[in-house]
Write a protein that binds this ligand. Sequence first.
Ligand code: NAD
Ligand code: MN
Length: 472
Amino acid sequence: MLEYAPAPESRSVVQIAPSYGLFIDGDFTPGKDVFKTINPASEEVLSEVALGSPEDVDRAVAAARRAFETWSARPGSERAKYLFRIARIIQERSRELAVLESLDNGKPIKESRDVDLPLVAAHFFYYAGWADKLPYAGFGPSPRPLGVAGQVIPWNFPLLMLAWKIAPALAAGNTVVLKPAETTPLSALFFADICRQAELPPGVVNIVTGAGDTGRYLVEHPDVDKVAFTGSTEVGRQIARSVAGTGKRLTLELGGKAANIVFDDAPIDQAVEGIVNGIFFNQGHVCCAGSRLLVQESIAEQLLASLKRRMSTLRVGDPLDKNTDVGAINSAAQLARITELSEIGTEEGAERWSPECSLPDRGFWFAPTIFTGVTQAHRIAREEIFGPVLSVLTFRTPDEAIEKANNTPYGLSAGIWSEKGSRILAVADKLRAGVVWANTFNKFDPTSPFGGYKESGYGREGGRHGLEAYLA
Ligand code: NAD
Ligand code: MN
């Protein structure tokens, strides 16, 4: 492997306060209890954050309710003005936000800088454009907002998931209370500051930090009209139960176990790049990750040799180094889950392989890993690992590939690698997955709807479809 000199991004572009309160009704107010958020690459404490109580959630929902009256009555062009402002400020502050996101989450700066932040800004620009065109969105001549949205997001793409939730909600005239994940609350708090900078009216966006209980108070709050959740299938199920029969609208974006299918006529080098991007991007903390590689038997040996060669060049380490490909695992808990499922993979008889790589002493790390000889019955082929671990299965015919790809409780995404357009279309048609990528993987765009089938959830985010979840 080539030796690279260290190329650290400057930490000084972001000022993190020693503590943060809750952002309610346009102001930061301290919480009674607090918790710490750490940098998972060093275990260093970054800041202390308020642990939202039921009373805090009440106040935030009440503020959002008051703000709804005037926010929803504004012309769409007025709401667009604020959303465009927010989008521009995000662009202006993108370097600061990218460093912050990498510090709190552990993702490589290369990704927060070149993927997360550009997509965050693009989402606000995109939905700003819809705000004054809602009568032409295909939901009737005068679609109405729903009211107060309670939104709960995970830690894998903190600011991007915030954008997916807040941009369409505001464009459609709703107000929001958002709870970020407990390991990555900081970028949402910086976003609160951006709302103030954009002079967004108080109460339109409220940020309540906390853990699972705070999220539960929020989604169970009787004055919330719409619940939007991204996270684990287990919590998604609980939320679906608690929302049932309340008249609240609900969208759920849950886990995945995507098949990345490589046919014998695929361009091998390109497919290898797509496989690597599909499972090692963001340490594999991606709901639509290509975590099951289905490779046609006749090319399996050749493809695996190329894949291993490519994996040997991945740089694992300091998220703020611009050459880093794979950063830190987001938390000790997630590392424990990845470690446990990987050990089960070995116990169940799959063969484990990782390139040689030295991991830092402090922080949470997991070497990029592949398992070969995996069968459909193995737990590593069925359960979401949510880490840099790829399960490799083989197939002989397109029908077998389709059957194996669909043999999962999930249905979020899939990938197809083939030179033949006709084969791509025929296979894509039979895959039960919300997104199917062809000769690429993990491509996102605000104009394109995203969401799942089966246990991956329901409802769509992004594109014109994404507005539907926020309109009556
Ligand atoms: P989680 O579902 O517990 O957490 C996601 C968010 O929901 C967090 O903000 C959390 O505070 C909140 N939450 C937790 N319990 C809640 C409740 N009862 N009511 C309302 N909100 C609640 O996910 P996790 O524990 O961080 O991760 C566990 C597994 O979930 C991962 O290993 C992975 O498989 C999966 N996951 C999927 C996604 C995704 O993007 N689909 C994201 C994160 C995790
Ligand atoms: Mn953190």
